[in-house]
Structure formats: C-alpha cells, structure tokens
Write a protein that binds this ligand. Structure first.
Ligand SMILES: [Zn+2]
Length: 251
C-alpha cells in the first residue's frame, strides 16, 4: 500500500502548494498516477503485491502455465501432449469455464497437473478498478466452481497480469499466492505458432515461468500447436516441466 499512500500524500501536498506554485503542484498531482499505473498494468511490477516471475532451482526445469481454460477442444489435446512429454503444468482456469466443463477439471487434476485460480469471469477491462466486494466475489465464485472437483487452488493469476490496489489483501484473505511469468507467448500478436514458441523459449534459464493460453481467444493456427512446439523445444534443450513447491517461490 506504499504506492497508494504516496499517491494520496502527493495529492494532499499538491493541494497545499497549488495557490503559490501551480507548476510543481501539477507535477505532484499527476506524477504519482504514472507510478501507480505502472504498478497496476505492468505485469510483473511488484509495487502493489509480491508476484512470482521465477522459481528457485538450479536444475534445467521450468514451470509451464496455461491460462483461460478449460476448453473442450484444446484441453484434451494439451493433456495428451503433456503426457507424451512427461510434463506437468499448472492450468490457470476461469471458474465460469470450469463450471461448464467439470469433466475437464477432473481430467486435468487426475493427470497430475495443478489447477490455479484465474478469476470466475476474467474481467479483463474492469479488474484494475474492481472494488473489494467484486474481487471477493470473483475469488469466492471461482472457488465454488473448482470445488465441484474437490479442488481448492492456492495460486492465482490475474487477467493479463493486471493488478488492483485491493488485490493483495483479497489474495491474502483467501490464501492465494500471485503468479506472474518470465516469458509469455502473446499468441494474438504473433499469429504464428513457431514464432510464439521461439519467443517463449528463447534465452531460457532454469526457474523460468512460461505462459501460454488455450481456448477460442487464441488464433486458430496457434491453438495447441504453439504448446506442442514449446514442449518440443524444451525437450530438445533438456528442460523438464515441473510444478514448483511453495519453498521454491520465496516471499
Ligand atoms: Zn487470462
């Protein structure tokens, strides 16, 4: 909350000096907003809460995370690919999708993968300004959706990595740890599975957290194919996909 307190303090100071020094008052009023916006919208910015963008390891291992499922077309194919590569992954699922496809929820868990919380409705454009009650509803509704398979996630990823000034307290109250990433595919920007896979796996280091997506928001030529190529690249480079323990995500 330091960022928010600083913002309010600067605004108060701007009001105090506004009559005698309009220019500095203007700067004092708006500069903290830029800082706050950075920490709200820059995915791995740490100013509002601790976000894990790597995990601790010396072995050639990475954490593969797949967002926005489950999806009836993609999830079964991804599970088959992961099994073929003996890879484990965390699926950050949208609660609403999980409610529509409970069998997929169970299949992901039964295959030994982790299910993470990715909100109930994925409110991409309103997440940054959601009030505490709305955040609470997103989290509790998501937990209810995952509970049909007796699953209670302990890890959370916000929509597109966007934060909220109330997010830290909301996650703490629900026992959730916030996970970012060290490389992501940006599937909708590149629109070529080979480029997506290259972006995700270039400059790879042990402890990297890789982000890819499933579902209809991923362009058709990339769906699943990018994940297949990433797994092949990782195998070729001698990397294993593992699920880090809590101890490997230092606070
Ligand atoms: Zn998402």
């Amino acid at each position: 909350m330091f960022i928010v307190s600083l913002n309010l303090a600067c605004k108060f100071a701007a009001v105090l000096i506004g009559r005698t020094a309009l220019g500095p008052a203007f700067a004092l009023w708006f500069a903290p907003d830029v800082l706050l916006a950075y920490h709200l919208f820059f995915p791995n910015a740490q100013g509002l809460l601790r976000i894990h963008s790597r995990f601790t390891t010396t072995a050639r291992e990475v954490w593969l995370t797949i967002d926005d499922g489950p999806d009836p077309t993609d999830t079964p194919r991804i599970l088959a690919l992961l099994a073929a590569h003996r890879a484990r992954a965390t699926f950050f699922l949208i609660g609403k999708n999980a409610t529509e496809h409970p069998a997929l929820l169970r299949a992901i868990a039964a295959a030994g993968h982790e299910i993470g919380h990715h909100t109930q409705t994925h409110p991409l454009y309103s997440f940054w300004c959601a009030r505490p009650a709305r955040l609470h509803r997103e989290l509790t509704a998501g937990f209810s959706s995952f509970a049909v398979a007796d699953i209670r996630p302990t890890r959370f990823r916000s929509p597109a990595g966007i934060k909220n000034i109330w997010l830290k307290s909301a996650l703490t109250a629900h026992g959730l740890t916030c996970v970012g990433w060290s490389a992501r595919g940006l599937e909708r920007r590149y629109r070529d599975p080979a480029i997506v896979a290259q972006v995700v796996t270039r400059g790879l280091k042990p402890g990297a957290i890789l982000l890819l997506h499933e579902g209809p928001r991923v362009p058709a030529p990339i769906r699943v194919e990018a994940i297949r190529l990433v797994l092949e690249n990782l195998t070729a480079q001698g990397y294993r996909c593992v699920l880090p323990t809590a101890a490997q995500l230092p606070r």
